[in-house]
Design a protein around this ligand. Structure first.
Ligand SMILES: Nc1ncnc2c1ncn2[C@@H]1O[C@H](COP(=O)(O)OP(=O)(O)OP(=O)(O)O)[C@@H](O)[C@H]1O
Ligand SMILES: O=C(O)[C@H](O)COP(=O)(O)O
Length: 403
């Protein structure tokens, strides 16, 4: 894999450099609630700009349906990138159309532009190679060189991640190099005990990693939206909690294999429930109560780990030598359901373990809850990406950067 340093040595002055970033930041309306992913790409963007490149930054944001949708505009992220760079950042209101072409044509050496959300174009995420390829062709017209630095999206076989680098000279940016360097350690010389904490809401995306972790980890702690499929698999009712019904047989198999292999599976013993998903805008009290994990009443939704679980999880992390954490332990965006996530973050801060926090939302949670990022070994910008890396899968966005 060629790195951006090699590109800088070759010289970029006057060249149009396409930077595929992951600016998929959490938004409250148009307000960015955590800009970690934008800051993470600054080393690459600023180095290229300083060297006189004409930098075209592109990213997805959220999951729009292949057509423009103002709720998923990258405009707030472009504005924030400009603030962080201390420079004017031009913004194109489309991705490959008239606006993008004229914004890119107007760039001078050292200037940065952001084009609108890649996923406003059906070709970006299409499963059809030809459709993706056609969109990649249009993206390729905007640049002379490709730099891959959107680590959070390298597990997606999308046009800007996978097909575009095949069409341009391609290099890995600083963020990808750092992320891969740290995660590689977790797959090679991991120090034991190795504990993994899994939570969050993208349950089906994350269950697969357990298969792999059963061969590697000593302890697996489950929380957040993941927990309810496990509790159900153990025969407990979970009310209206997030549930991946079709995964129950697989989960039962994981629990069986864990026992066979001596891998400790830790599930919540109590959970915080409410009658409905809370209002994250008003943050009005949600009617939360704590119940035993095997006694979730019908019509109640599990939204956080309970206090006994928090103590249990802290004790399981206290003597770990390595911890990988992906996915918040609850709906941390609402104060009634933030304690589980706070407790795991605090346990990692207190533990001498080398800790890696993975995931856009998990990393945001740690910062939003007021923790110092430097208290963790590494905060990864990749959620699904870091998990799939640990699974040992070939990640399309990394494979595409190979020579
Ligand atoms: N019990 C629960 N029920 C529903 N949603 C939950 C629950 N616990 C956590 N969440 C939600 O999970 C979301 C984060 O999940 P996600 O799987 O996206 O995490 P991530 O891996 O850190 O992020 P990403 O994969 O986007 O990088 C948060 O918005 C949080 O509110
Ligand atoms: O948030 C993430 O994990 C990345 O930005 C990828 O987003 P996606 O899961 O919508 O592809």
């Amino acid at each position: 894999m060629k790195t951006i340093d090699e590109l800088l040595t070759e010289g970029v002055a006057g060249r149009r450099v396409f930077v595929r970033a992951d600016l998929n930041v959490p938004l409250d309306g148009t307000t960015i609630t955590d800009d970690g992913r934008i800051r993470a790409v600054l080393p690459t963007v600023s180095k290229l700009a300083e060297a006189g490149a004409r930098v075209v930054v592109a990213s997805h944001l959220g999951r729009p349906k292949g057509a423009p949708d103002p709720a998923f505009s990258l405009a707030p992220a472009a504005a924030r990138l400009g603030e962080l760079l201390g420079a004017d950042v031009a913004f194109a209101t489309d991705t490959v159309g008239d606006s993008a072409r004229s914004v890119v044509a107007g760039l001078t050496d050292g200037q940065v532009a952001v084009v609108e959300n890649l996923r406003f174009n059906a070709g970006e995420t299409s499963k059809d190679d030809a459709e993706r390829g056609a969109f990649a062709d249009r993206l390729a017209e905007l640049a002379d060189v490709y730099v891959g630095d959107g680590f959070g999206a390298v597990h997606r076989k999308h046009a800007s991640v996978f097909d575009l680098p095949a069409r341009l000279p391609h290099y890995a940016g600083y963020l990808i190099a750092t992320e891969v360097g740290v995660l590689k350690k977790l797959t090679t010389d991991v120090k034991r005990p190795y504990a993994v904490v899994l939570g969050g809401a993208k349950v089906s995306d994350k269950l697969g990693v357990i298969d792999h972790l059963l061969e590697r980890a000593d302890r697996i702690l489950i929380g957040g939206g993941m927990a309810y499929t496990f509790l159900k698999a153990q025969g407990h009712e979970v009310g209206s909690s997030l549930l991946q019904e079709d995964q129950i047989p697989a989960v039962r198999e994981y629990l069986r294999r864990a026992e066979e292999k001596g891998v400790e599976f830790v599930l919540p013993v109590d959970v915080v429930v409410a009658p409905a998903f809370p209002d994250l805008k008003t943050k009005a009290p949600a009617g939360a109560t704590t119940v035993a994990a095997d006694a979730i009443p019908a019509g109640q939704m599990g939204l956080d780990n309970g206090p006994e679980t928090n103590k249990l999880y802290a004790s399981k992390l206290a003597d770990a030598a390595t911890v990988f954490w992906n996915g918040p332990m609850g709906v941390f965006e609402h104060p009634d359901f933030a304690d589980g996530t706070r407790a795991v973050a605090q346990a990692l801060v207190d533990s001498p373990a080398f800790s890696v926090v993975g995931g856009g939302d998990s990393a945001a949670a740690v910062r939003i809850l007021g923790f110092d990022e430097n208290a963790f070994g590494h905060i990864s910008t990749g959620g699904g990406a870091s998990l799939e890396y640990l699974e040992g899968k070939t990640l399309p966005g990394l494979a595409a950067l190979e020579d």
